[in-house]
Design a protein around this ligand. Structure first.
Ligand SMILES: *[C@@H]1O[C@H](CO)[C@@H](O)[C@H](O)[C@H]1NC(C)=O
Ligand SMILES: *[C@@H]1O[C@H](CO)[C@@H](O)[C@H](O)[C@H]1NC(C)=O
Ligand SMILES: *[C@@H]1O[C@H](CO)[C@@H](O)[C@H](O)[C@H]1NC(C)=O
Ligand SMILES: *[C@@H]1O[C@H](CO)[C@@H](O)[C@H](O)[C@H]1NC(C)=O
Ligand SMILES: *[C@@H]1O[C@H](CO)[C@@H](O)[C@H](O)[C@H]1NC(C)=O
Ligand SMILES: *[C@@H]1O[C@H](CO)[C@@H](O)[C@H](O)[C@H]1NC(C)=O
Ligand SMILES: *[C@@H]1O[C@H](CO)[C@@H](O)[C@H](O)[C@H]1NC(C)=O
Ligand SMILES: *[C@@H]1O[C@H](CO)[C@@H](O)[C@H](O)[C@H]1NC(C)=O
Ligand SMILES: *[C@@H]1O[C@H](CO)[C@@H](O)[C@H](O)[C@H]1NC(C)=O
Ligand SMILES: *[C@@H]1O[C@H](CO)[C@@H](O)[C@H](O)[C@H]1NC(C)=O
Length: 482
């Protein structure tokens, strides 16, 4: 499912604020893609070069830098190789969940060729296609945001080359990796689902995108001006009272209905495809003595009946709410003061794409470690998503795919063959022909499905282990020098 493209105006990225607020507190790391040294931005956030997390791609410095945020002044550019995915390996805490926010900035002045369009993939799951065309025309950067659960010690974040879109390689300027508190968005089951941000809105705000140093997760809140209904508030809300921990600052503006009339908002701001969405709405009264009760509808459906809002604030959410096309949020008065609303979030929900059988994935990691000069896309899930397997690796299409063919012939490989290759028991084809492998040939007697084995034109020594004779399916063996 495609998550909506959210536009971030350059002005917001420039961060011209004179006073420097403290950086946000949550656990995070910020990657300056293509960067050569650590930098600190105008908010006091430090960005580190991405080189330690990615093996493919080349850094590129933008020529038209101007006043650009330092993290956007460089990007990493990956080759155009249809079907290849280039992954960042991001160390994470298993079973925690992470907000990933990549930013793409192709350049301030539109060039003659449109920007590349490509896929984003996390572990084995397709997230969204990235199309920055409209933002490039507007001179702005594009960011995307999603929340994924961590299933292992690394989470892979990948850019996938999809030749159906364009014929240029993917690129990325910045990647924010932010660990969320366990209570945030916790109504979603992140073992089976992930969420892609569609809108995060601060109602009544006319400013640029807002961020708050006391937001542990540095969320971006988009403005939603409406001069007829906007009010501001100085009342302080306690963030910790909300599972989603919204920063107190988002409650300092609101939209309020007129007396005895419903408040009708066209929100989220873009048209959505018919699907289930996570919807969270945030409310807090502007004065401590106030109270108001109202019903909340989304389109023609009752979302919450008789919501009583006080200055303590509250949020209501639905984990799987069906939205289709353009939607309206309608607050109809019941008693007390007219209805009001401060903020809202909508995420698209998508099912996780699964994982390669862990034993096969581990065997490939071990094979990778014993070789030098492996293909530059050997990171991330080896088989998934379908169509994005590692170069030279072919998998079956089961729910937990297995490796059925390894063909890495004529690729200038050196090193030795890990004996763990013998645990890839679904293998039908192996070819490492015409490389510079040395060392012994592992015992492959357990590969009972093997039909073709090509190891010729290497520097392997020893003989083919005798147990190979027990593989009845084996039809072709290439060995020795041609
Ligand atoms: C985990 O990520 C780190 C940092 O990117 C990387 O050095 C390491 O090789 C990764 N481990 C695996 C198994 O991919
Ligand atoms: C990217 O977006 C532009 C402008 O919205 C559109 O014309 C183009 O077809 C899109 N490209 C792809 C591959 O979706
Ligand atoms: C979500 O977090 C809150 C606050 O920690 C907790 O009370 C609630 O039970 C959690 N819900 C789920 C489904 O884990
Ligand atoms: C979450 O989804 C997984 C996989 O579908 C399931 O095994 C687990 O029971 C679910 N957890 C909850 C709390 O529903
Ligand atoms: C709200 O909190 C801020 C900072 O903690 C404080 O300066 C301000 O006086 C508080 N406002 C009210 C109305 O309590
Ligand atoms: C959305 O899809 C569901 C079934 O998938 C269908 O029942 C419903 O009528 C659709 N809604 C709209 C507005 O198209
Ligand atoms: C292995 O790959 C090479 C080059 O991509 C190809 O020519 C060869 O036919 C493949 N061999 C097998 C057994 O699939
Ligand atoms: C062997 O591999 C090299 C590159 O590593 C290539 O130039 C050569 O053509 C290959 N030979 C055969 C017979 O495929
Ligand atoms: C095979 O090569 C390894 C390392 O090059 C060497 O230690 C070993 O003695 C060789 N074995 C044979 C049988 O030549
Ligand atoms: C083959 O598989 C058996 C049973 O799983 C195992 O005990 C044995 O060690 C394996 N042999 C090799 C050479 O991996």
């Amino acid at each position: 499912m495609r998550a909506a493209l959210v536009v971030l105006l350059l002005a917001a990225l420039l961060g011209l604020a004179a006073a420097q607020p403290p950086p946000f507190r949550g656990f995070h790391y910020l990657l300056d893609c293509g960067g050569a040294a650590s930098t600190t931005d105008s908010r006091g956030l430090s960005w580190i070069p991405d080189g330690a997390y990615v093996t493919a791609g080349e850094p590129l410095r933008l020529t038209d830098q101007g006043l650009l945020d330092p993290a956007l002044a460089t990007r990493r550019v990956f080759p155009f190789r249809p079907g290849a995915k280039f992954c960042y390996e991001l160390p994470v805490d298993r079973n925690r969940r992470y907000l990933l926010r990549p930013t793409f900035f192709y350049g301030a002045s539109p060039s003659s060729s449109p920007p590349p369009v490509f896929d984003l993939i996390v572990d084995g799951t397709f997230w969204t296609a990235v199309n920055t065309t409209d933002d490039v025309l507007a001179g702005s950067a594009s960011y995307y945001e999603a929340v994924f659960g961590a299933s292992g010690r690394n989470m892979s974040f990948c850019l996938g080359v999809n030749p159906e879109y364009t014929d240029a390689g993917p690129f990325i300027n910045a990647l924010q990796v932010i660990q969320l508190h366990d209570s945030v968005y916790n109504a979603t089951n992140f073992t089976s689902n992930a969420m892609g941000l569609i809108a995060r809105t601060k109602f009544g705000s006319t400013d640029d995108v807002q961020r708050y140093p006391d937001d542990s997760f540095d969320r971006y809140w988009q403005p939603f001006p409406d001069s007829k209904h906007a009010v501001s508030s100085t009342h302080n809300v306690t963030s910790a009272d909300f599972w989603n921990l919204p920063p107190p600052g988002v409650f300092n503006t609101a939209l309020v209905a007129e007396q005895d009339a419903p408040l009708v908002l066209q929100w989220p701001p873009i048209s959505l495809q018919n699907d289930s969405y996570y919807v969270a709405l945030y409310f807090a009264d502007t004065k401590s003595e106030n109270s108001r009760t109202f019903d909340v509808y989304i389109d023609d459906y009752l979302f919450y009946r008789g919501l009583t809002v006080t200055s303590a604030g509250l949020s209501v959410f639905a984990t799987q709410w069906v939205l289709s096309g353009l939607s309206r949020v309608i607050l109809t008065p019941v008693s007390g003061l007219p209805p009001l609303i401060n903020a809202g979030e909508v995420f698209g929900l998508f099912s996780l794409g699964g994982y390669t059988l862990p034993r096969d994935a581990r065997a490939l990691e071990s094979i990778k470690r014993s070789l030098q000069n492996v293909p530059d896309d050997w990171n991330g899930d080896p088989c998934l998503p379908h169509g994005y397997a590692w170069t030279g690796v072919t998998c079956d299409t089961g729910p937990m795919p297995r490796v059925i063919s390894l063909n890495i012939s004529s690729r200038g490989l050196s090193g030795y063959l890990s004996s763990d290759i013998a645990t890839l028991t679904a293998l039908i084809d192996i070819s490492f022909a015409n490389n510079s492998l040395s060392g012994p040939i592992p015992n492959l007697g357990n590969l009972t499905k093997l039909q073709r084995l090509h190891l010729q034109d290497n520097k392997l020594n020893g003989t083919i282990p005798l147990t190979m004779g027990t593989i009845t399916s084996l039809r072709e063996i290439g060995f020795g020098d041609a």
